[in-house]
Each structure stands twice: as C-alpha cells, then as structure tokens.
Design a protein around this ligand. Structure first.
Ligand code: HEC
Ligand code: HEC
Length: 307
C-alpha cells in the first residue's frame, strides 16, 4: 500500500507540468531574457514598445503572472510554458507558417490595439528570448494546427467548442444575465464601466482623452468563444475554473458587446518601406463588435436591447 502511494507520488512529480526556470542565463543572453520579461510587464510604458501600443494593457494583462511574478507562468490558458517548443507553427489566421517572433508581434496589432513591431528589432528578440527561456526542458513538438502551446491548444479547442455551441443559442436574456454576473463578480476590480481600477486593467471603452483602453475586435479575446474560454480559465483573478460554461459565455457576451476599436489589418502595419517582411498570406482583414457577433449568427442590437 505504502509503496503504491510512493510510486504514485513520484510519477506525478515526474510528469507534472515543468515549472518556470528560476535562474537566468549568464551574460548578454540573461540580460535579453530580463528585458523581455520587463517589456511584458509594462508594454504600454516601456520605451522600446510604448509607441506600438494603442491601449492601456500589458502582455501580462492576459498572460497572467504566476506566484513568481513572471508574465505567462500562471497555469491557465495563456501560459507561456511550452510555447516556444511548438514553433515554427501553422497559423490559420495568417495562412502561413510562423516563427515565435511573428506570433508575438502580431499581438501588438490586436490584443494591444497598436502596430506590429519589426522582426529582429531588440524588443521583438527580447520577448521571444523570454518566452524561449520559459520553455526550456520541454521537448520540441511543432504544431501543424495552430501557433499555440500544446497545453493551451488542448484547453482552447475543448473550451472554444463548448462555448460556441452555447453562444449560437444566446438571447437578450443571456446578455442581461451576463451584465448581472459582471456587476457581481468582475466590476470590483475592472469597474462598472469596464474602465479598470488602479492596476486592474480595462476591458472596454475609451478614456476622457478619447483613447481606447483595451483589446480591439481583431484580438482573440474579442471572439465570443475564445474570450469565454479564457475568462473561465483565468477569472476572477486567482479563482480560475469557478465559472460554469454558461456563466462564462453570458459574461463575455456582455463584455464583448461593449464599445471597442474596430480592427483593420492595414492600420496595424508600418508603411511598407519600414515594416520589414510581414510573414502573412492574408493582407485584408476587418472586424467590428457587430461582425464578431454575426460570426455566431447573432444580431448585436437584438442581443443588447431585446428588440
Ligand atoms: C487582451 C489579452 C491579450 C494580451 C494583452 C496579449 N495577449 Fe497574447 N494571447 C491572447 C490570447 C487570447 C491568445 C490565444 C488566442 C489565439 O490563439 O487566438 C494569445 C496567444 C499568444 C501567444 C501564443 C502562445 C500560446 O502558446 O498560446 C503568444 C506568443 C502571445 N500571445 C504573446 C503575447 C505578447 C508578447 C503580448 C504582449 C505584446 C500579448 N500576447 C498580449 C491574449 C492576449
Ligand atoms: C480580484 C480582482 C479581479 C476580479 C474580481 C476579476 N479580474 Fe479580470 N483581471 C484582474 C487582473 C489583475 C488582470 C490582469 C492580470 C495582471 O495584471 O496580473 C485581469 C485581466 C482580465 C482580462 C484581460 C485583460 C483585459 O483587461 O482585457 C479580462 C478579459 C478579464 N480580466 C475579465 C474578467 C472578468 C470577466 C471577471 C469576472 C468574471 C474578472 N476579470 C474578475 C483582476 C480581476
């Protein structure tokens, strides 16, 4: 009995998800890892990235910090542990095989509502170096289906599918329920109008200067099914996996129905002479709050007003 218990314990220890490394590499490489980490914690104010960010978020707003305080080491969807091991990977969105830098830089146009950094510039290298450091010791396993880590991929696929089935059936009642739940479970940190409070990040809308506060309609988070899967896995902060599917769907139906920037791919790219090589086979892409609802057969106005 005792020995069975012992074997069980050892095997869970051996097969548990490897955790983040604790020591930085020596020399210049270590400095680059630290620079990437710093950028991800303050992307909107860091001198190397602030001009490419069009909202008040950081990478760490969605790639949640673990107990070690490092971006992307928490366990939920959006963890960076193992991410570098799946690249190069195929992206359906860009219809191309991407490197880790491509993947990182595309987030600037969408989640960060800004402009795509140029590949091989210091910020781009630094972020890729940090994410690669977090994946040390995890076997290479390139992903032919999506540019996401194996662990995130499993959670995304099952989460998105379940959520999509519920979203297609959504009505105004779900929106009202979502608003109610938002006010009870989210507004204490994110504000009644999604504006964010102190270091708790904004979810939608503009500030008094007319600047957009959060992710735009081209971001993964703005897609009703992906947003619901992410929120279920990570929110309320430190209480991931407490919302059931319907609650997560209703809350994100409410959140993603509010005002946020339209997405126009061309506006996220530097002019041709400056952008470097943009590794994508898709050169036109537009989304709005309305079109994100339409993707699931929903009429935004009907969902919001019941009429
Ligand atoms: C508003 C939330 C949000 C912000 C801010 C954000 N991301 Fe993401 N990121 C996501 C979501 C959601 C996904 C997965 C979605 C998908 O595949 O469409 C993702 C996926 C990724 C991936 C693929 C990793 C994997 O294994 O899943 C990388 C790399 C990444 N983001 C890097 C960044 C970097 C670097 C920044 C900051 C410049 C950033 N992200 C900012 C939400 C965000
Ligand atoms: C205890 C405070 C707290 C509560 C409650 C909370 N959040 Fe968050 N949320 C955070 C923090 C903090 C972050 C960013 C992570 C970081 O900076 O470490 C975040 C990030 C987010 C993000 C991604 C970043 C952005 O601003 O778009 C979304 C979306 C989100 N929360 C939605 C929700 C929803 C929906 C609920 C309710 C179910 C909720 N949160 C409840 C604190 C909270």
């Amino acid at each position: 009995m005792k020995s069975i218990l012992f074997v069980g314990l050892v095997s869970t220890m051996m097969f548990a998800q490897p955790s983040a490394p604790t020591t930085y590499p020596d020399g210049e490489l270590g400095k680059m890892v630290k620079l990437g980490e710093e950028i991800m914690l303050k992307t909107d104010t860091h001198p190397l990235t602030k001009d490419m960010v069009g909202n008040k978020l950081n990478c760490a707003s969605c790639h949640i910090k673990g107990l070690d305080g490092k971006p992307g080491t928490a366990d939920g969807i959006g963890s960076f542990i193992g991410t570098a091991a799946v690249f190069p990977a195929f992206s359906k969105r860009e219809k191309t095989v991407q490197t880790l830098q491509d993947r990182i830089n595309n987030c600037f146009m969408r989640s960060m509502n800004g402009i795509r950094p140029i590949v091989d510039t210091p910020a781009s290298i630094a972020m890729a170096t940090y994410i690669t450091w977090l994946s040390q010791g995890i076997p290479m396993n390139m992903n032919a289906k999506a540019p996401v880590s194996e662990k995130n991929f499993k959670k995304w696929v099952s989460g998105q599918k379940r959520m999509a089935a519920l979203i297609k059936k959504a009505t105004h009642e779900n929106y009202l329920n979502g608003k109610n739940l938002f006010e009870q479970k989210c507004a204490t940190c994110h504000g009644m109008n999604g504006e964010g409070i102190a270091t708790f990040p904004p979810l939608w809308g503009k500030n008094e200067k007319g600047e957009w506060l959060s992710y735009n309609t081209g971001a993964g988070m703005s897609k009703l099914n992906k947003g619901a899967a992410w929120v279920q896995s990570n929110m309320p902060l430190a209480q991931g996996d407490t919302l059931n599917d319907q609650e997560a769907v209703d809350i994100m139906l409410f959140v993603n129905a509010q005002e946020r920037a339209d997405f126009d791919l061309k506006k996220g790219l530097y002019p041709k002479e400056k952008m470097g090589y943009y590794n994508s086979n898709v050169h036109e892409e537009h989304h709005s709050v309305k079109s994100n609802f339409k993707e699931f057969g929903l009429d935004l106005e009907k969902i919001k007003t019941g009429k």
